[in-house]
Design a protein around this ligand. Structure first.
Ligand code: NAI
Length: 262
């Protein structure tokens, strides 16, 4: 499936050199979009991604930047505008997590997760919205949330708080900027096979434990999330704003009740 209206559109994706960000960058490349790959740490895969995207008929540049730094996010939008002349789609994807019992969670870790996942997404939204208003662009903004914007997650209280924050931030911004034609939506992935889960999924017992929480019975692939992002970015979803689109194999549907219990 291709969305022809994405051809030539300019899309910024944060944290785009790995996992879901990478899959989205390649998907938008296949749609012949112009992709700005924001990355945190230099990685040889980025050059390969750029040539893959160009080969597919799109275009791409890579811009280093830390989403927790206001100036870096401003520079990211500035680099996009000077290279590609506009910005149509902003995907705030960068995110981090670490497992720790809440009574031992350091303020440093709390701040790191909140400032990357929530404040970083806010800065991306703010800068993209300001640019879109100034340039009269009816753009699409996508925030990478999680099933943990609604499912509590012990040992990951900072992560769950950041994603819960994403939910109301996105909904509020959707309401505020609907009159301008700027759409703001979130994606709520379930368990997807990316580097963030690499350690967990390399242990067969832990992996099986996660699969039990998924009614569809398997861990999702990054391309399945990229497909959701392509839809939310395209005109096919032109009347959709303020939603979280869960792509989770049914994880948010109370799998414990599946066998008719309760
Ligand atoms: P990942 O670890 O491969 O991707 C995260 C990316 O964010 C990395 O490329 C990392 O370098 C980048 N990043 C971290 N701190 C940054 C900063 N300060 N500035 C710029 N970039 C930074 O993991 P994945 O799975 O691709 O995660 C992407 C998003 O999807 C995250 O927001 C995560 O919370 C979310 N998510 C992932 C799920 C999964 O099962 N994989 C489930 C639900 C949500």
């Amino acid at each position: 499936m291709m969305y022809t209206d994405l051809e030539g559109k300019v899309v910024v994706i944060t944290g785009a050199s790995t996992g879901l960000g990478k899959a989205m960058a390649l998907r938008f490349g296949n749609e012949k979009a112009k992709v700005v790959i924001n990355y945190f740490k230099k990685d040889p895969v980025i050059d390969e991604m750029i040539s893959q995207i160009q080969h597919a008929g799109g275009d791409a540049i890579a811009v280093q930047g830390d989403v927790t730094q206001e100036q870096d996010v401003k520079d990211l939008i500035q680099a996009t505008a000077s290279q590609f002349g506009r910005l149509d789609i902003m995907i705030n994807n960068a995110g981090v997590e670490n497992e720790v019992p809440s009574e031992e969670l350091s303020l440093k870790d709390w701040n790191r997760v909140i400032s990357t996942n929530l404040t970083g997404a806010f800065l991306g939204c703010r800068e993209a919205i300001a640019y879109m208003i100034e340039n009269k662009i009816k753009g699409s903004i996508i925030n990478m949330s999680s099933v943990h914007e609604m499912i509590p997650w012990p040992h990951f209280v900072h992560y769950a708080a950041s994603k819960g924050g994403i939910k109301l931030m996105s909904e509020t911004l959707a309401l505020e900027f609907a009159p301008k034609g700027i759409r703001i939506n979130s994606i709520g992935p379930g368990a997807i096979d990316t580097p963030i889960n690499a350690e967990k999924f390399s242990d067969p017992k832990l992996k099986a434990g996660v699969e039990e929480l998924i009614p569809m019975g398997y861990i999702g692939k990054p391309e399945q999330i990229a497909a959701v992002a392509a839809w939310l970015a395209s005109e096919e979803s032109s009347y959709v704003t303020g939603i979280t689109l869960f792509a989770d194999g049914g994880m948010t549907k109370y799998p414990g009740f599946q066998a008719g219990r309760g």
